[in-house]
Design a protein. Sequence first.
Length: 356
Amino acid sequence: MDLIFRQLLDPASSTYTYLLADPGAGQAVLIDPVFEQARRDAALVGELGLTLLYTLDTHVHADHITGAWLLKRALGSRIGVARDSGARGMDVAIEDGQRLAFGARSLEARATPGHTGGCMTFVLDDRSMAFTGDALLIRGAGRTDFQHGSASTLYRSITTRIFTLPDDCLVYPAHDYRGLTCSSVAEERAHNPRIGHGSSEQDFVGYMENLGLPHPKQIDVAVPANLACGHTELADSLEAPDWAPLRYTYAGINEVDPEWVADHGSQVRILDVREPGEFNGTLGHIPGATLVPLARLQEAASGLPRDQPLVLVCRSGARSAQAVTLLEKAGFTRVANLAGGMLGWNSQRLPVSHSA
């Protein structure tokens, strides 16, 4: 059966977020979303034409805040967390053995406590993929010295709930701090220095109890927020931009549609970043637009207004997307790309000018 699969990274916390979807039904789930990446994830779901049914957290994380509540607010997805996690405000309190369907595909929830008291591993229906959270990492295992962790419990979870999966089942953890992306059950059983090589429970417990790791930097902020499924005061304060109905793309660019610009052109400053010959060429330009070729934009930025929203335009939207990034780096906060550029503008038969 077909599957859409994406592995996404939050560089600040080295967290992997996983999107899985049934392309036929257009239904998706997102595993371990990150607060700061919620707009990115929502944009990807939208661009792929999917409906996000669930956000699933493998456990109550201590190093980042989940994006579950933000995605629920934006997309209407349901929040799923283990019943034993201690979290509140979820829509689905996940039990061991529960199946979560998305179209014709599904994930099986397997309780794998030990890193925390409420960890889950999500196994794809054909047992080709296992999303192990922090229970089993690539050549490692999650620490067991806080949040009701237990090295003995984690040993049993890994050996009886994960290592019993098929050898070629791919292992996708919630974190990796070295840039490793994927492993397999057979690899970890053979080569994991903490629990592979036929290590006994005593071996594993001795290893884990002597890790000597520092206190997680974000634990005092992340854990309370994640016990509320990411519904924090900061989440409540994050509002959509009020100057235009912007659309955030998976490429990380705010876009605005041509129709809105045509109706509200007097409220924004339109900057055309093409070359002079294009400005008065076949496609023409938007009436009232200011020509600032992309090569000169950085130099001209100091003279641009900061009290008026800026809409960037080029032929197709590619150069103007780069211009948006440049201005944002220069400190401009109300900037957007014209979706589709002048090609899109002309296709909708909106007014154009060919005069200098």
